[in-house]
Unconditional design. Structure first.
Length: 350
């Protein structure tokens, strides 16, 4: 069954209608109890294309110049593609620890919460791009709009050469745009960069996952992808029905957790949504929604000092009691116990 039992929680009730159909938007969350957002801010001299290529050394310089601490949690609103050339890059992405060795790649998507280890221990290239920069065909082919699950690859032999050549070409063209007027006109250059990024992403996404030896199902604890998150990238690309549902959940999960609300907003039956979600992601529609809510709750518990009541309000629960029951049923622990587990003692001190 997709539908939950009756609840007094307003988030389980029918939402107010939004103009033009769909689910009414939830207010934007702001304040000290939120995870720090990292907006798109290209460096000096970077062409205004929605794409930037830099070295990890450049990243260290930029974070220092802005007084940022890369070890603190941050939620970028753009894609980050790391290619490590020497040393080991350590990152935590939504509670999954990644160690990217030389020759390895890590793709972190917008909205994921990340923390760096020691940035001084790795050198390599970082490709940044806005979600709207790739062309629609590439976005569809690589599952660009999937909201969770970092892509970790360590290509070898021909695969390694192919992605390295694609990166080298992209890096060369980006540098050419910064150094002078030589080359194609700006509009043509933007298209060239877009095509080169497409080639890189398409080659990279076809490679085996660097964690492919781990048994289990993506999106569950101890396996690739964030614990309790939606299906990992590459696993959830399905029919249009599921893609629309996934986008609606990402937009409205703080407003409603009822599959019936999403079905009504999208013009499908709950049964159709459940079939499409099970085919594409391997789980029912209700579980898909609940995992997204649990993931966001874990992010807020781990990376903010918000109380259970504040988090409950941010996620659309009637009160802390409803939120705590929901969280414990699905995460197997209480919100307080989870926070104690994931936060080191120095962060719990007030």
């Amino acid at each position: 069954m997709d539908e939950p039992a009756a609840s007094t929680d307003p988030a389980e009730a029918d939402p107010a209608p939004a103009p033009g159909g769909g689910i009414a938007p939830y207010p934007v969350r702001t304040g000290a109890g939120t995870i720090p957002e990292l907006p798109w801010s290209p460096g000096p001299g970077a062409p205004a294309t929605g794409l930037e290529v830099m070295t990890l050394s450049d990243l260290r310089t930029r974070t220092a110049a802005h007084g940022q601490n890369p070890a603190e949690p941050q939620r970028p609103d753009f894609h980050q593609l790391f290619a490590v050339e020497s040393g080991t890059l350590r990152q935590s992405v939504d509670f999954a620890e990644h160690r990217t060795a030389p020759g390895g790649w890590l793709w972190v998507r917008p909205g994921q919460v990340q923390q760096y280890g020691d940035l001084e221990r790795a050198e390599g290239t970082l490709v940044l791009f806005l979600p709207a920069f790739p062309d629609p065909a590439t976005a569809e082919a690589v599952g660009l709009d999937e909201a969770s699950g970092a892509v970790h690859r360590h290509p070898v032999d021909a695969g390694a050469r192919a992605v390295r050549l694609a990166l080298d070409h992209l890096r060369f063209e980006f540098a050419a745009a910064r150094t002078g007027p030589a080359g194609p006109p700006p509009a043509a250059h933007t298209q060239l960069l877009r095509h080169l990024l497409s080639a890189l992403l398409l080659r990279l996404i076809r490679l085996p996952d660097a964690t492919a030896g781990t048994a289990g199902t993506p999106g569950t604890p101890g396996t690739p992808g964030p614990p309790d998150g939606p299906a990992a990238p590459g696993q959830g690309r399905g029919p249009e029905t599921f893609r629309r549902f996934r986008a609606a959940v990402e937009r409205d999960f703080t407003r409603t957790r009822r599959v019936a609300d999403y079905a009504q907003a999208l013009g499908y039956s709950p049964r159709t949504l459940s079939r499409a979600t099970r085919t594409a992601a391997g789980l029912g529609a209700k579980e898909f929604v609940d995992r997204r809510v649990v993931l966001e709750a874990k992010r807020l518990l781990a990376h903010t000092d918000s109380s259970a009541s504040q988090i409950a309000a941010q996620l659309g629960f009637a009160d802390a009691t409803n939120f705590s029951k929901f969280f414990q049923q699905r995460a197997g622990t209480t919100p307080g116990a989870f926070r104690t587990t994931v936060r080191p003692p120095r962060r719990r001190q007030r």
